[in-house]
Design a protein around this ligand. Structure first.
Ligand code: NAD
Length: 345
């Protein structure tokens, strides 16, 4: 049983905590929060021991919550830490706390790649995390692109070039202070956006350029991609590669999937926790092949897509399960779509 401590219990951290708690080979030691707010009450309600930073203990006590300990206590009691704090805070925690303990740490995509020895995506480079002390699960957009490219490459479809255009959600649903409101913002205005180079931290030899704008929605990101393949392939061969690759969902316009809102509505109808959609939501109708050119559009649910990757990263670091066994176990326990998926190559 791998004992896992979660530092940062926000959008990503609380989802990772639930996903880890659902595994029979892992156990949550506790979660660390900085404020005794409603999310802290949710954590306690779910039975998670609540830890905080040394200077926040009194604040928690005043709010009627007795912390189980401070960050050092959580690290000591855990075999591994998953840091899901905001951008750059993970690096600060590494310098201040993690470096003093001989324990592996998983960081999130908001950190620069050099915070870790290896950047991680389960389909792309599971084995590279084995025995590492510091691993970074790449961000939501990078995970989406990496899964799409991996689906092709793992099934014998070579990708010579990838050009991906990203409409980024302006903010997460809970971020009431963030925009953009009624605007489209080059995000960043420079080309490439950081996503392309980030994909190259896990798929090292891909020729990729990305451009991104932020749009006033909170539900999902939308990617429009143009890929140059190494040869000509039939549309059926490309669709089969996507259909059998885990964590990719093919959405049909004919079934009513005409927008990203309907993807999330589907998650709600399925009763998925928090209406999450951790799969890449690929619009089947958009998949178009012209000679060796492939065009496609897909949605990325930013709040949940990296969650299964964090679960796999834990097993990948300790080497407790081979790649495909871990991916399958994670998908089944999180109740992702498994029908028709092939968990071996
Ligand atoms: P968030 O702001 O929702 O949650 C971060 C949590 O960490 C909050 O609860 C905050 O109180 C807490 N925190 C702040 N400082 C802390 C500290 N010093 N020690 C411990 N906890 C602290 O952020 P998030 O959206 O969950 O993002 C976390 C990481 O995941 C970032 O690296 C981000 O880039 C990455 N990520 C975010 C998304 C997304 O769309 N939200 C998607 C993929 C990856």
């Amino acid at each position: 049983m791998i004992r896992v401590g979660i530092v940062g219990y926000g959008t990503i951290g609380k989802r990772i905590a639930d996903a880890i708690a659902a595994q029979d080979d892992m156990k949550i030691v506790g979660v660390l929060k900085t404020s005794p707010d409603y999310e802290a009450k949710v954590a306690v309600g779910r039975g998670f021991a609540l830890y905080t930073l040394p200077d926040r203990v009194d604040k928690f006590k005043k709010a009627g919550i007795e912390p189980a300990g401070v960050i050092e206590d959580l690290i000591k009691a855990s075999d591994i830490i998953i840091d899901a704090t905001p951008e750059d805070v993970g690096r600060e925690n590494k310098e201040k706390y993690y470096q003093r303990f001989d324990k592996p740490v998983i960081f999130q995509g908001g950190e620069d790649a050099d915070v870790a020895e290896v950047s991680f995506n389960a389909l792309a480079n599971y084995e590279e995390a084995r025995g590492r002390r510091y691993v970074r699960v790449v961000s939501c957009n990078t995970t989406g692109i990496t899964r799409v490219l991996s689906a092709l490459m793992l099934n014998g479809v070579g990708v010579r070039k990838a050009r991906v255009f990203i409409a980024r959600r302006g903010a997460d649903p809970k971020e009431h202070k963030k925009g953009p409101i009624n605007d489209v913002v080059p995000n960043p205005a420079t080309v490439p956006s950081h996503h392309g180079p980030d994909v190259q931290t896990v798929l090292k030899n891909v020729d990729i350029v990305t451009m991104a704008v932020a749009v006033p929605v909170t539900i999902m990101h939308m990617h429009m991609a143009y890929l140059e393949l190494d040869s000509t392939y039939s549309r059926d061969a490309v669709l089969e590669a996507f259909a059998k690759t885990p964590r990719i969902f093919l959405a049909d316009v004919g079934l009513g999937f005409q927008s990203l809102a309907q993807i999330i509505e589907y998650a709600r109808d399925l009763g998925r926790p928090r209406a999450d959609f951790p799969e890449v939501a690929l619009f089947r109708d958009s998949v178009t092949v012209r000679g060796n050119e492939l065009y496609l559009m897909y949605g990325v649910h930013q709040e949940s897509i990296v969650v299964p990757e964090n679960v796999d990263a834990v097993r990948a670091i300790f080497g407790t399960l081979p790649k495909w066994n871990s991916i399958e176990k994670t998908d089944r326990t999180l109740k992702l779509f498994t029908e028709g998926k092939v968990y071996a190559r």
